[in-house]
Design a protein around this ligand. Structure first.
Ligand SMILES: [Zn+2]
Length: 273
């Protein structure tokens, strides 16, 4: 049996996928992707995420959130619009949301307010919460420590924090997803952090169309109309083989391990529907 893989974080709703989306989905299925979590980032893309979840219920798990990059664009009603989505999708994730001090002109107090509202929603619903964090690990740790969290834990997607912080977050319930971008030679400190992640908290993600892995791990190539290379969710098996090597474990064992973790964290969506 060919191993199956679950993509814990991507953005299939991204307009860069739109011209060939049905091919992207069929190629992903052929590559063994059995589930993917499609993360909305703002009010403007939540309808597309919902539409994808309706049309591919066996593959796509929707997640709805306001990304720190988009927080300044929110309407006065954003939180009501967000919470209303859970009437139709009670098992959806919350996110992508989080904190980011890497972006230009960041407003951390405003980002924190927006993040805490989403954290509280996820805690109330016990939803799988997908967190983005760049250069704000201390403030994120404080937010998570000082507030209620979803009972099932939360996901630090594309975890780029340090190795010593891994236990601080995992004690609070963190899962950590590895993306192919971390296979670039210069990302050794991130690979070091993933060696510290507890086996029952490890997940795989593409973050497609972004976080393109190095060329050796691109098995499904895809170009923007302007010729820019995009990441494809079907690269996930190659990314997994890269991670298996880093961790010194058998690729099939990594598939089983991450699928079990996926099933637990994203319940009621089993890795193999
Ligand atoms: Zn993302």
């Amino acid at each position: 049996m060919t191993p199956s893989f679950c993509d814990a974080h991507n953005h299939l709703q991204d307009e860069r996928f739109a011209p060939g989306l049905s091919d992207v989905i069929s190629t992903s299925r052929e590559a063994g992707i059995t589930r993917c979590v499609v993360n909305g980032t703002s009010e403007s893309d939540w309808p597309q995420v919902a539409a994808l979840a309706r049309s591919h219920p066996d593959l796509i798990i929707p997640s709805f959130g306001l990304h720190p990059w988009k927080a300044h664009q929110r309407s006065a009603d954003w939180f009501t619009i967000l919470t209303d989505l859970f009437a139709e999708f009670p098992h959806a994730g919350v996110g992508e949301c989080g904190l980011d001090r890497w972006m230009n002109n960041h407003d951390l107090p405003d980002q924190t307010e927006v993040f805490l509202q989403q954290l509280e929603l996820a805690a109330q619903l016990n939803s799988p919460l997908s967190i983005h964090c760049l250069q704000a690990w201390g403030p994120l740790l404080d937010c998570l420590r000082d507030h209620s969290r979803p009972e099932r834990g939360f996901l630090l997607h594309s975890y780029g924090g340090s190795a010593p912080l891994v236990p601080n977050f995992s004690t609070l319930g963190a899962y950590f997803s590895f993306s192919g971008y971390f296979l670039h030679p210069r990302k050794e400190s991130t690979r070091q952090a993933f060696r510290q992640v507890p086996a029952d908290r490890l997940l795989l993600e593409s973050d497609a169309p972004d976080m393109l892995p190095p060329e050796d791990f691109v098995t499904a190539s895809l170009l923007d109309p302007d010729g820019t290379a995009l990441n494809h969710p079907a690269n996930l098996p190659a990314i997994a083989s890269g991670l298996a090597k880093i961790l010194g474990i058998d690729p099939e064992d990594l598939s089983t391990l991450t699928n079990n973790n996926f099933t637990r964290f994203f319940t009621p969506y089993p890795a193999n529907p």
